[in-house]
Design a protein around this ligand. Structure first.
Ligand code: NAD
Ligand code: FES
Length: 293
């Protein structure tokens, strides 16, 4: 069992938990994720790692209530436990594997949308720990939905906050801030990392393509096993079939077929939809049914 040692509410329907999971905490890196399960019959929920403390043996996750399972999860308190806490899964962010001196030569722009701020945080923290100043844009619908502002302030070189309704920071979506920084303020970036809802990542990528700014995105399609066997997290990247759980979750955003990924996300919600995917993608383990294994 994996005990929750700290639990707090970050915003409406968004919760942070520190979970005692020493083996995951020892090995995990920015960009990776875990799959958690509350009990034997519980749904497997993939969550990107928000932070970790190797000495304390804890991993921080951020949960947004989107359905019945996450609502149940949000009800967990300090002292409660998860049945499974599997990870680290996926591949770490590319820069983690590089020589920090080479990473230092690049100017990074991180773009975090809503709950996507949680997986952006450990990446910017890594930058700070390696003496790299990265600019960070955080977008939220309203001031009340902004999360991890203080934490991000501590690690970002420059932090730009924007809200859709203008209730805090500048007014508008993250794409407007990117355009303002690059086109009006003449800032130069070598690489953009954008994490948030798929629709945000799609529009960030359309803009950064226009600006000639290479962009990495973190994809969070439906996942079941998290080991590349079930096919649930299938994506098209540069015309090739990829599985977010083993080939990602980070990909070259200019190559991702976002429209297909969003459509697939919708279809996957119903049994009929999953049967249709299975027909369209082949009756194999990588056939997209997500339930055959
Ligand atoms: P949200 O809908 O509140 O959007 C956050 C910000 O994204 C907005 O404030 C805006 O600045 C930007 N944005 C949204 N639509 C945009 C558009 N069309 N063009 C330009 N910018 C746009 O975000 P939320 O409710 O926190 O997001 C929830 C979704 O994020 C869930 O579907 C969840 O699965 C996903 N998510 C993804 C990841 C990931 O790893 N990619 C991580 C956590 C959550
Ligand atoms: Fe990726 Fe099953 S979750 S293949």
């Amino acid at each position: 069992m994996y005990q929750i040692v700290k639990a707090r509410t970050l915003a409406e329907k968004i919760f942070l938990m520190d979970v005692k999971a020493p083996r995951v905490a020892k090995a995990c890196q920015p960009g990776e994720f875990v799959i958690v399960r509350m009990d034997e019959k519980g749904e497997r929920i993939p969550l990107t790692i928000c932070d970790f403390d190797r000495e304390a043996g804890t991993v921080t996750i951020v949960v947004q209530v989107v359905g019945a399972s996450t609502r149940r999860m949000a009800g967990l308190k300090e002292g409660d436990s998860f049945k499974d806490f599997v990870g680290p899964l996926g591949r770490p962010s590319d820069f983690v594997k590089e020589d920090p001196e080479i990473v230092k030569e690049r100017k990074y722009l991180f773009v975090a949308g809503g709950v996507g701020t949680a997986p952006v945080y450990p990446q910017v923290k890594w930058m700070k720990e390696h003496g790299i100043h990265a600019d960070v844009i955080v977008g939220a619908k309203t001031k009340d939905l902004l999360i991890l502002e203080n934490e991000m302030k501590e690690v970002a070189g420059n932090l730009y906050i924007t809200t859709d309704d203008g209730s805090y920071g500048s007014k508008g979506m993250v794409t407007e801030v990117i355009r303002e920084l690059v086109e009006n303020q003449g800032k130069h970036y070598d690489i953009c990392v954008a994490i948030g809802p798929m629709i945000m990542m799609k529009f960030v990528c359309l803009l950064t393509k226009e600006l000639g700014l290479p962009t990495i995105v973190s994809m969070n399609p439906v996942m079941v096993d998290g080991t590349g066997m079930c096919g649930a997290c299938r994506l098209s990247v540069g015309g090739q079939v990829k599985f977010a759980c083993v080939d990602g979750p980070e990909f070259d955003g200019h190559l991702v077929d976002f429209d297909e990924a969003m459509k697939r996300q919708q279809i996957y919600k119903t049994e009929e939809g999953r049967a249709m995917l299975r027909m369209a993608e082949g009756d194999t383990h990588h056939g997209g049914c997500g339930n055959c294994g």
